[in-house]
Design a protein around this ligand. Sequence first.
Ligand code: ADP
Ligand code: MG
Length: 977
Amino acid sequence: MINGSSLKVAVRVRPFNQREKAMRSKCIISMAGNNCTILDPKDLQNKRTFTFDYCYWSTDGYIENDQGVFLPNGPHSRYISQEHVFNELGRAVLENAWNGYNATIFSYGQTGSGKSYLMTGYGGNKGLVPMICEALFQEIKQRQSKDGQFYVYFSMFEIYNEQVQDLLSKVFANQFMTKHSEINLVDLAGSERQRSAGTAPDRFNEARAINLSLTTLGNVISSLSDKAVGKRVQYIPYRNSILTRLLSTALGGNSKTIMVTMISPADIYYDETMSTLRFAERAKNVQNRAVINESLTEQLLMDLKEDNTGLRARIADLEKAGDVHIDEQEVLKKLIVDNERQLKDMQKSWQQKLEEARREWEQQYSCIIKEEQMMAELPYFLNVNEDPQLSGAVKHFIHHGITTIGRTAGLQQDIVLKGLGILDKHAVLTSHDHKVVLEPINKARILINGVPVLTKHQLQHLDRVIIGSCSFYLYVGFPHERNDRDKIHKYNYEFFASELASIEGFGKVNVGMGEELKENLDPDLARIFHDFIAIMPMVAQANQISEELNKGVIFEPEVKNLTSTDAKGEGLEKEIIVKVINKVTKQVEIWPRDKFTDRKLLIEGIYQHFLENGTIPNMVEQDPFWDSVEILHLGSAHVWLETLAYCIAYEDQVEAINYRGKEEAIIQIRLLPCSPSGNPLGEESVIVDPDDLLGKRMDFQMQITLCLGVKWIQGNSSRGVQIGFMMYGLPAMLYTPAVWNNANFEMDYTMCFMIQHVTADFLSYLKTHAVVLELWGLQEGCQEMETEFAHVALAGNGSVLLDLCYRNQWTSVPQDSEKCRSKLSEQLKMLEEEIENLKDANRSLKSENIKMQRELERLRNLPSSSGLVTNGGPMKSANDRSDQKSPFPSWDAEFAKALKTFYFSMIGVRARLIHLKEVRPLDEGRILCLRYFANERNQLIEELGEELESCVGKLKNDIAKIIKRKKELQIDAVSPP
Ligand code: ADP
Ligand code: MG
């Protein structure tokens, strides 16, 4: 009997965990009926709805009862409890099993998403495995009392690091079974990331699934799903991992299978959750063909029994009839004996197997007892894993005397570790006089409490010991050192990782205060902190593999700040990148975090292959350690355009700041307003009101004259640089010619721009934007950027024409709303208001001026009897037209001068403002002490505030002086002698 059906897919969203709460994450998941909707936290309009067979909301609406069981908090609660899931999914599995179908439930999701909670459960919240087992035994009891003898055989595995451990007993030959069913209840453990499965293909997609259970599971499901929708699939990679080999009947085979996808509700895991949901969507397509498993044994048993009954009846008949066919009776009796022996044999083989199982179980039990004894007497190392469920699974006891740690065992009591970066003979432990001393052999890598250890070190109870690059152990000391109040669970994976991160660059971050600190962090920084900590051990592993495989590549994680590329200086987003450095050529690649995590899987695969076969697999495509070299963005400098709006020439040396917030180079730049013939305009052309430019033609030049102290080239003189920039929505970047091998060079770069009709849009662009000079690093083997500007329209005089630009392109910069910067923006706003006020004052003064000039004119035209002074005063004859303006100092020019001074000082302030925004809690690319950073920033804000005040104060003063002088003159001019 074949039952074709697709894999059933459920999705369950768990409550927020402590970390997510600390980061003040928002919920991006909602559920209605069978629909699950996910919001993009960066763009709330962007949502996506998925439909599954079951959607389980377990994020809120629950209370904890006395037994610690989470239950819905009322009749209207949407909370789905463990029991609900069991009633819906667990019972279906049992039902299928009793009917002779194979049945499987497995949970899928990133570490910490609730897989173990669902399958095993925690405390009073029993999971599917115990609940299914209980229900199974209950049913067995009932059936036994009804149907007589009845056997159930159990096995349970754990797959850890691609090794199967049989936890109960060995998988039985089933010749004796009648109807049988295999129930697989799978709790995927371990720290494999599933983010890449089923997401955007990169050219390494095929090679990705080398050894990791979870990745292979992803690929198996992808292939099965492709097959189901009619794509040609050459083979299903079941054999690529132990998990998928074991599950091959559950997936795309003879089984009724349910996959429960576990997700977090938090915005910080948007990417991971999205890829998990996409994966689940694909899994829905997988088709299974479940068959009732019936064996001939049952038939055989029934036949034998029936046979015997028949034979006995026949003998009885014969006896009754007095028919003495001795021969026949003998034959019949012999048949009965034979049948009974066969029945007994079958029974016996079962008994024997049961016996074997019992013995094995006893052996394991005695091991457990022995382990408990040793724990009570000896110091030991306890493993710590990213998956809390695997933490504590391994214990290495330290006996009296000498124990070596390494890849190979010498003495019986030696500790054999297979992890990354562990040498054949790695370290020696000496246990003597209730003290354990650890000594690395030949500079082997060992960190104790985050600090590298080079010589003998006496271990203290609860020391964190990292052996090689990623084998984490907690040292549990002698019984007398232990305490009931020891918080062993505190030393989890995250604790180790933060401690490791602290020595690798997080500087003064106090690990012990991690949680408290994180609670006080702004969420963006907290996310980066979390991502950085998460990537650190992966980078350490990749480096170790690179070293062991002699790849000559170093990986370095860094925090990249995106402010530098934003023309308004406002982009405050940060992201984790990994720098890949070729040790020999010093060539550098920059990989985004996702690319690194994808490559890391491949790198691990290659390493696994290397361990198994002693060779590196031929990479048909490309080496995952290294791509082709590309031009790199080194840093950016902002040159504010505002002076152009007042036709003021501007020259400055600006710092190109790299993503670590450090100076990468100094660039000398000029912005020159020009006449149509290309000659720079003088001071006389300075205007007070930019609106005067509206509708007029405007020409200006940008000159780059000098580039000093280019760190990139100082680092290696075979390198070069190019400077790229955008202007008012040009369709493409413009690049200067490349300069190689020189860290300090003069440049003779001039670019002329022209706009035929200045628009309000263009003016507003000038007033609020900077030209971002992007410094790009060239290295051997990479292509220079094109200096020809094919996509740009040129005016007749060769200037780049700005009239044709795509409007509004430059306005699409997202506004930043971060709290910690609100103070700054407030100040900036106040300043802008102040400027507006001053402009207003200026305007009214200007109109007053005009009025007064008219008045003067009028007075001048009056007959001399009016008593107006015509000589001796600052005024000359009214007929002297050529000098008509000169007797009065030109008020406009004076105002303009004052404003010019003000704008120049403002440029300084602006630069500091940008600097302030760009300063990051980083040292050498890594987050330095965050508190220190906050203090420093506060101080900078204060300084900036003072500077702003003094600029505005000076401008006010200047204007007041001008007005005063003007009034005096005016009085002089009109007052009678
Ligand atoms: P995984 O096995 O996927 O790595 P766990 O099952 O260990 O994740 O879950 C991580 C944490 O989240 C645990 O502390 C667990 O108690 C909690 N958790 C997960 N799902 C739920 C749920 N539905 N209700 C309450 N707590 C949950
Ligand atoms: Mg788990």
